[in-house]
Design a protein around this ligand. Structure first.
Ligand SMILES: Nc1ncnc2c1ncn2[C@@H]1O[C@H](COP(=O)(O)OP(=O)(O)OP(=O)(O)O)[C@@H](O)[C@H]1O
Ligand SMILES: [Mg+2]
Length: 455
């Protein structure tokens, strides 16, 4: 039987919204806290990058949970880019969740629930487990088949005899239907190195043994050394689940075993606060017993000014809690209304929230920096530009915003390509610049024609 499992949305890629930032590989700050002018796809903005690097360090050490960071600066000054850099630096096992301020508004769900879920997705719980396993190279394998209980014409594995070998030992094992079935499904053959969990019988194929006689087929499998020591041994397993995943497991506890808990489909329904409370108390018990370690990740809220007073107050309160991630926010607003109120406040954020934040500001780029970033982007998008085109794009970037210039770069690339030109020249940039307005220009337009537009 083939099991087909759908991958939940969040598992498929945590940086999905960052096409424009694909050139960012990290923060470009070394261990001595020096930010090189150009490194990891990052250009300039060294102060903010250094600060972000410290955030990463503290996050890794779990020292920043419950604190908030605000990236504040004019549009197109690299706030989102820096957040992407933070994610890259944190590495795969530290959760990094992206939420855009406007994402909390949904017809089906409460704002606070969307926020709560994001917070819990951004907290990892690292399990460390010692398990007894049989491990070795399969020296012989003899699967016994028997008729299917419901369909006698159909043969299924009924059990197997196998020999597992390490460099020091050889052991004959007899396994039941469950283990045999897994081995057939995994395509285990002589010469493979496998692991069988002594308690649950779960089979894991580790790879092809280095010592195994090679067959004639082209080997695409990983080659691993033949294990040493005893066939039965204790192994340490480390895996990280998020609080959100634990919530889901808990909610579904009534049905199925551990596998269905782990891999069952996402239900999409709201998880009650009772469930969250139960998970929290279970986790803190595990922490006390030394079974798990909390790994606070990062929740990045882009365009945080899109959130209204209700959501922002919730966020401020949530930051007081015990299990919270590092919350990094970004905004390009100055003094403006807090959404949902008439109150004006710096960044449109209520003071009780602002009080809890450390602020990293981003500055406008110099001409040279804009040029350098455009160069990196053009490489990333495989667009070749003539010197003249670079100059003009840089000028446009200076005059409007970097973001606009980066967008024009792609469009000029498309234009040149559709005219079958190998390189983008000045008139491609001129042309797309004429066709598309930046925000400022569009606003001017609106002002001029206000009376003619519908309102
Ligand atoms: N220091 C930098 N080094 C390299 N690329 C950068 C840098 N700063 C910005 N960029 C790139 O320039 C473009 C615009 O920057 P970004 O979107 O990060 O700005 P922002 O501050 O988030 O703007 P907004 O306020 O409009 O959201 C992106 O493609 C980004 O990757
Ligand atoms: Mg941004």
């Amino acid at each position: 039987m083939v099991e087909i499992r759908e991958i939940a949305e969040e598992a498929s890629g945590r940086l999905e919204r960052v096409g424009a930032h694909s050139h960012i590989r990290g923060l470009g700050v070394d261990d001595n806290l020096m930010a090189k002018p150009v490194a990891d796809g990052m250009v300039g903005q060294t102060r903010a990058r250094k600060a972000a690097h410290l955030v990463v360090k503290m996050a890794r050490e779990g020292k920043l949970s419950g604190k908030g960071v605000l990236l504040a600066g004019p549009p197109g000054t690299g706030k989102t880019a820096i957040a992407v850099g933070i994610a890259k630096e944190l590495g795969e096992d530290v959760p990094f969740i992206v939420l855009s301020g406007s994402e909390i508004y949904s017809a089906e769900r409460r704002k606070t629930d969307v926020l709560m879920e994001a917070i819990r997705k951004a907290i990892g719980v690292r399990f460390r487990e010692i398990r007894k396993v049989y491990e070795g190279e399969v020296a012989s394998l003899d699967v016994r088949y028997e008729p299917h209980p419901f369909n006698p014409y159909y043969q299924v594995p009924g059990g197997a005899k196998l020999t597992l070998e390490t460099t020091d030992e050889s052991k004959k094992l007899e396994v039941g239907r469950g283990v045999a079935t897994q081995m057939v499904e995994l395509g285990v053959k002589e010469g493979d190195v496998i692991q069988i969990d002594a308690e649950t019988g779960k089979v894991v194929k580790l790879g092809r043994s280095k010592e195994a006689k090679t067959s004639f087929e082209i080997e695409t499998e990983k080659v691993v050394p033949k294990p040493d020591g005893k066939v039965i041994k204790e192994r340490e397993f480390i895996y990280t689940l998020t609080l959100y995943e634990l919530d889901e497991m808990f909610a579904r506890r009534s049905g199925g075993g551990i596998a269905s808990l782990l891999f069952g489909p996402s239900t999409g329904r709201e998880i009650s606060s009772e469930i969250r409370a139960a998970v929290d108390s279970q986790v803190s018990e595990w922490v006390k017993e030394g079974k798990v370690k909390i790994l606070p990740g990062v929740l990045f809220i882009d365009d945080v000014h899109m959130m209204d007073i209700e959501a922002l107050s919730f966020l401020a309160r949530a930051m007081e809690g015990e299990l919270v991630p590092i919350i990094v926010m970004a905004t390009n607003r100055g003094i403006t209304n807090i959404r949902g109120t008439d109150v004006r406040a710096p960044f449109g954020l209520p003071l009780d929230l602002l009080d809890r934040l450390v602020i990293i500001t981003t500055q406008k780029y110099s001409k040279d920096e804009i040029r350098e970033i455009l160069k990196i982007r053009s490489k990333e998008e495989r667009i070749e530009l003539e010197e003249d085109a670079y100059n003009l794009l840089t000028e446009i970037g200076e005059r409007t915003s970097l973001r606009h210039a980066v967008q024009l770069l792609s469009m000029a690339g498309v234009r040149a390509r559709s005219l079958s030109k190998e390189r983008v020249c000045r008139d491609d940039v001129e042309e797309v610049d004429k066709l598309f307005s930046d925000v400022k220009e569009a606003m001017e337009h609106l002002k001029n024609y206000e009376k003619d537009l519908l309102s």
